[in-house]
Write a protein that binds this ligand. Structure first.
Ligand SMILES: Nc1nc(=O)c2c([nH]1)NC[C@@H]1CN(c3ccc(C(=O)N[C@@H](CCC(=O)O)C(=O)O)cc3)CN21
Ligand SMILES: CC(C)C(=O)C(=O)O
Ligand SMILES: [Mg+2]
Length: 268
């Protein structure tokens, strides 16, 4: 049972093996995901919505992310552990980002920190990477900007927006990002960015051609009480247990059975 690293994921991309990711927020689920073969466990700031019941991810604090990350870290033996830096814990300056990343890695046990944003974040990505902090970037629908985006909407539709996102993805890779999450973008754009980059892309509503897929755990278990995005699939029907559902998700990602056309946005 070799632990997954950022280099493993790069090799998986090169070999065409799909990367299966899910979010987790506590020890028991993290342990179950790790056993079920999930490659990458993400402690998402989505916890503000699915664990805390807020209307957005904005209220989540660094202390809360550190606490949940530490709980998850005790359950993860094999998977790569990625943590979200929450709203306004990294945007102020590269020094602020480094301090937040240090806390999440030292006290939370994260392997990689994730931040939202394109070209304006490239300098911060470079600053962290040069100081030994692996970074996952996040483009497309960036939920911390929900009030600027005017809601949870598909991003990168139209040639101009698509070209801009391709350019930003390349800039983030050049800045040293190890991974990039693409959220709610047309499948054509997810495919183009995946081809453009040597680092793996992890899609959530970004089409079948991304190097990996991620879902919010409670969406794929069908227990989030609010409406879920179109790209989410509930894996509980037909599964005998939660562990079975997670195994079915991993198998569906690896075999390219998920996402299907019904979970996919198109350019036109
Ligand atoms: N439970 C949960 N699951 C998530 O995936 C998730 C959260 N919460 N909270 C933070 C964001 C918000 N998410 C969302 C929500 C909706 C769409 C979405 O695509 N909504 C419409 C399309 C709207 C439009 O483009 O006009 C849809 O068809 O589903 C996408 C991402 C993803 N993230
Ligand atoms: C789903 C992933 C990409 C995320 O950012 C979150 O859960 O907060
Ligand atoms: Mg997030």
């Amino acid at each position: 049972m070799k632990p997954v690293t950022v280099l493993t994921l790069r090799d998986m991309k090169r070999a065409g093996e799909k990367i299966a990711c899910l979010t987790a927020y506590d020890y028991s689920f993290a342990s179950l995901l790790d056993r079920a073969g999930v490659d990458l466990v993400m402690v998402g700031d989505s916890l503000g919505m699915v664990v805390q019941g807020h209307e957005s991810t904005l209220p989540v604090s660094v202390a809360e992310m550190t606490y949940h990350n530490a709980c998850v870290a005790r359950g993860v033996k094999r998977a790569l552990l990625v943590v979200d830096m929450p709203f306004m814990s990294y945007q102020q300056s590269r020094e602020q980002a480094l301090a937040t990343a240090g806390r999440l890695m030292r006290r939370g046990g994260a392997h990689v920190v994730k931040l939202e944003g394109g070209e304006p974040m490239a300098e911060t990505v470079h600053f962290l990477v040069e100081r030994g902090v692996p970074v996952c970037a996040h483009l497309g629908l960036t939920p911390q900007s929900v009030h600027q985006l005017g809601g949870y909407r598909v991003q990168g539709r139209g040639e101009e927006a698509a070209e801009r996102m391709r350019r930003e993805a390349k800039i983030l890779e050049q800045a040293g990002a190890s991974l990039i999450v693409l959220e709610a973008v047309p499948a054509e754009l997810g495919a183009a960015i995946t081809q453009d980059l040597a680092i793996p892309t992890i899609g959530i509503g970004a089409g079948i051609d991304c190097d990996g897929q991620v879902l919010v755990l409670y969406d794929m278990l069908g227990i989030y009480p609010r409406p879920t995005p179109k790209f989410a699939r509930n894996f509980m029907p037909g599964s005998a247990s939660i562990e079975d559902a997670v195994k079915a998700y991993v198998a569906a990602v690896k075999s390219r059975a998920f996402p299907g056309p019904e979970h996919t946005f198109r350019q036109a």
